[in-house]
Write a protein that binds this ligand. Structure first.
Ligand SMILES: Nc1nc2c(ncn2[C@@H]2O[C@H](COP(=O)(O)OP(=O)(O)OP(=O)(O)O)[C@@H](O)[C@H]2O)c(=O)[nH]1
Ligand SMILES: [Mg+2]
Ligand SMILES: [Zn+2]
Length: 266
């Protein structure tokens, strides 16, 4: 029975390819566990997309590296992700081991809501079963992954909310195939803070950091203090965000938001 509807404090949403209205993923999430595995699934550019989503929603992102039990050394995986955003927390674990619940306990206390997101097969549902200490008959279904490319089989097909044993609440979500960036305002500046904070030092206030003279971003790349690969990925997300974000009115309107007229009759 519906008793009361809470106002949304935070909202995770995304636009699927070609859709005009955003798809709501989850609301009032305090911490977003961005799940990936210590295998071929780990992709820094993809993780940056999830980080932008978490930042924009006002949730705290934590990178959760699963399958730590299947590699000799987790450090190379940890190193790849630790510097993606300032102050980013990274944990490594085996999603199926009870130890995982202890590792994640700092974010799972009473009153806290967390959501699990990531590609198919990374262990979101496995982790949910561990966190909520589910009996086998109540457990979320989990699936195998393909050996050749570590891809999952999209076992979970809907979102669901579960109580964490002795703590808060956790939301399982279906694996996302491709996360497109749209409707981001502050999320990218938080993610790429080392670029954003150089911008005021550029000669031109509207510097695009691509060809302008006296550009602080280009200067930092030239002197080796800024990673050019990060600048490239930042630019790609910025462009994608701009072309996917529907600005409804005003001189900067960039898309026709009215539905195309249907042909009459026949
Ligand atoms: N050894 C090991 N296996 C894991 C770990 N995490 C997940 N698995 C296995 O990986 C497979 C996929 O796990 P799921 O929990 O179904 O993955 P998912 O992220 O929920 O996938 P979708 O529902 O398809 O989005 C299962 O066979 C799990 O047993 C881990 O940390 N270590
Ligand atoms: Mg699942
Ligand atoms: Zn510049």
């Amino acid at each position: 029975m519906l008793v009361r509807r809470l106002e949304r404090r935070t909202l995770l949403q995304r636009r699927t390819e070609g859709s005009r209205t955003p798809q709501l993923i989850a609301a009032n999430v305090d911490t977003l566990f961005i799940v990936t595995s210590c295998n071929d699934d780990l992709n820094v550019a993809r993780l940056e997309r999830y980080l932008a989503l978490a930042n924009e929603a006002g949730t705290t992102p934590v990178i959760v590296l699963t399958r730590a039990d299947q590699v000799a050394d987790v450090e190379p995986y940890r190193d790849q992700v630790a510097s993606l955003q300032r102050g980013l927390e990274v944990v490594t674990l085996n999603a199926k081991s009870p130890d995982a619940a202890r590792t994640l306990a700092p974010w799972c206390s009473p009153g806290q809501t967390i959501a699990l997101v990531g590609s198919s097969g990374v262990g979101k549902s496995s982790l949910l079963n561990t966190l909520s200490a589910k009996a086998p008959e109540e457990a979320q279904l989990t699936g195998s992954i393909r050996e050749q490319d570590s891809k999952g089989r999209h076992t979970t097909t809907s979102r669901s909310l579960h109580a964490i044993a002795g703590g808060g609440w956790v939301i399982d979500t279906p694996g996302i195939r491709a996360l497109h960036i749209s409707d981001i305002s502050v999320g990218l500046d938080l993610l790429f803070a080392e670029i954003a904070e150089l911008a005021p030092l550029c000669r031109f206030g509207n510097c695009t950091h691509s060809h302008e003279p006296e550009c602080a971003v280009q200067a930092a790349v030239a002197s080796g203090t800024l990673d050019p690969v990060r600048v490239e990925r930042w630019r790609k997300l910025l462009d994608e965000n701009q072309s996917n974000t529907l600005i409804q009115s005003g001189p900067r309107r960039n898309k026709v938001t009215k539905a195309p007229k249907k042909p009459r009759g026949r």
